[in-house]
Design a protein around this ligand. Structure first.
Ligand code: HEM
Length: 488
């Protein structure tokens, strides 16, 4: 396969800076115990046992052989599933036959529609195409450098707070990163004049929604029936109520922007409102409700994902002090103590490689699902209309036939001088026409937050704490990540 052949071409010598090349880094990594992983379930266990395990952690449903297969099929309660676990099958579903597989699974739509309404994350067909066209420019045009200033300013605030933190008390790194990325995405969407109170209300509304929603769980998203709590009217009412609260706050902010519109705030909401006025597509310009729905999509999609990726980076940098030393060396060389900016990201390849390797080992979105509109054949599997297709970045990123030392932390895989992994085997942001709209935003945010904070601190995991993996809608360290802040 592509990646097998590119791996064999791996660089074997130290590079000009005296740092390890890919082959050497792989060899050294193999001498270490890999960072935390999920033990595959024994092949002899039946489906009932595996599903019971999956109630606690969906990833424990996989057997060792699932990490080296290309496709598989299962059927649960009359619902057919096909797992696409090779670059060619992912390419077929996400790219070549996209029109047949542009629909999210029915469970995903049911779980998110009360909150996102017809937002582009859950829509499909013509509506999705139109919204994607209207929203994409706001994230891909020249606004990114300005958004990067928001990222570093917010990370600097975190660094200042950390500097005041008593040196003998741990912080929870997962919560810290969640607050940081919520502040960044809040200011990016709504602009700097959004009050802290409003931002907190949005975050609280999201948290409440997630807490009450009976479907917002990976197992339910996939329609696995054993966890179904359908038919709990109290929970359903609470879910609707928390969605309504989020809608009200955001409507209020949009109204304020409407009155002041044109005053030059570079926020996503201003940008969406411009596409509402100018349209670019006069047949159906984005209406007020559409602007609100897409603002919620951006908040939901862009907050927890980046926070989890950053938390895993800190865990891995503590696990591998050589990687932390190399990252801090790069920061000292390039930044010499100053706050990083948009232009610096291109000169921080190792920092970027750490972020990308962290998302390989711990993909923030570990499972993607689509529903077939019509019949198809994927490799040797017949797909009938209505079948749910599963693509698991978790499995693909640790696939035994696609990666050397698949469970080990080797950031050198992602350095510019190493062969780039196949984009249908490494897909933390998905791939194809429905690829994450915030991909560049998320990558820049990850690098700039790491660069700002790792210049001043070397966070150390609280001794004796056992890290484990929790897989709900996203993948995160279970129960948080207690760390001591060691100033540099
Ligand atoms: C490290 C950070 C991030 C990761 C790993 C990530 C990952 C993903 C993935 C895997 C999808 C596809 C989901 C699916 O097909 O079911 C997605 C979609 C999306 N993401 Fe991200 N995301 C990140 C950050 C962001 C940010 C910062 C934003 C916004 C500023 C964002 C906005 C979106 C949107 C709008 C979609 C839906 C695209 C569509 O359906 O056309 N994401 N993201």
């Amino acid at each position: 396969m592509h990646h097998d052949s590119v791996l064999s071409k791996a660089i074997t010598t130290n590079n000009s800076n005296g740092h390890q090349g890919l082959s050497e880094a792989l060899n050294s990594a193999k001498c270490l115990e890999p960072p935390v992983k999920v033990t595959p379930v024994s092949a002899s266990k039946g489906i009932v046992h595996r599903l019971r395990l999956a109630q606690h952690n969906l990833l424990s449903v996989w057997r060792e052989e699932d990490y080296s297969i290309r496709t598989s099929r299962m059927s649960l309660m009359k619902q057919d599933y096909v797992l696409c676990n090779s670059p060619d099958t992912v390419r077929r579903v996400f790219l070549e036959q996209h029109d047949n597989y542009d629909r999210k699974s029915p469970q995903m739509r049911r779980a998110l529609e009360p909150l996102l309404d017809d937002g582009l994350f859950v829509s499909d067909g013509d509506l999705w195409r139109q919204r994607r066209r209207q929203c994409a420019p706001s994230l891909t045009n020249g606004l990114l450098p300005g958004f990067c200033t928001t990222m570093t300013a917010s990370a600097e605030e975190t660094a200042k707070r950390w500097a005041q933190h008593p040196s003998d008390a741990p912080i929870d790194m997962l919560t810290e990163m969640a607050h940081l990325t919520a502040r960044i995405i809040g200011r990016t969407i709504f602009g700097d004049d959004t009050t802290d109170e409003e931002a907190e209300q949005v975050v609280a509304g999201f948290t409440e929604y997630q807490r009450h929603s009976e479907h917002l769980d990976m197992a339910n998203m996939l329609g696995l029936p054993f966890l179904s709590l359908l038919g709990n009217p109290l929970r359903r009412a609470r879910t609707r109520y928390s969605a309504k609260q989020v809608h009200e706050i955001i409507d209020r902010i949009i109204d304020r922007h409407t009155y002041r519109s044109g005053q030059g705030q570079h926020s996503l909401i201003e940008s969406f409102m411009t596409s509402m006025k100018d349209g670019g597509d006069n047949s159906c310009p984005m209406g007020r409700k559409a602007v609100r729905n897409e603002a919620i999509v951006m908040f939901m999609a862009g907050h927890e994902t980046t926070a989890n990726a950053l938390a895993w980076c800190w865990y891995l940098l503590d696990y591998d002090p050589h990687a932390m030393a190399r990252l801090q060396h790069e920061l000292d060389e390039v930044l010499d103590g100053r706050t990083p900016c948009y232009e610096d990201v291109a000169n921080l390849p190792y920092t970027m490689a750490v972020f990308e390797e962290a998302m390989r080992l711990y993909p923030p979105v570990p499972m993607l699902s689509r529903q077939a509109r019509g019949d198809d054949k994927v490799r040797n599997r017949d797909v009938r209309q209505g079948t749910v297709l599963l693509v698991s970045p978790w499995l693909l990123h640790r696939h035994r036939k696609l990666w050397e030392a698949p469970d080990h932390f080797v950031p050198e895989r992602f350095l510019p001088e190493s062969p780039r992994p196949d984009k249908f085997a490494y897909l933390p942001f998905s791939v194809g026409p429905r690829v994450c709209l915030g991909k560049r935003f998320g990558l820049y945010e990850g690098v700039l937050c790491l660069a700002t904070l790792a210049q001043h601190f070397t966070p150390k995991l609280v001794s004796g704490h056992q890290v484990s993996i929790e897989c709900r809608l996203t993948l995160r360290p279970q129960g948080g990540l207690p760390m001591m802040l060691q100033p540099r």
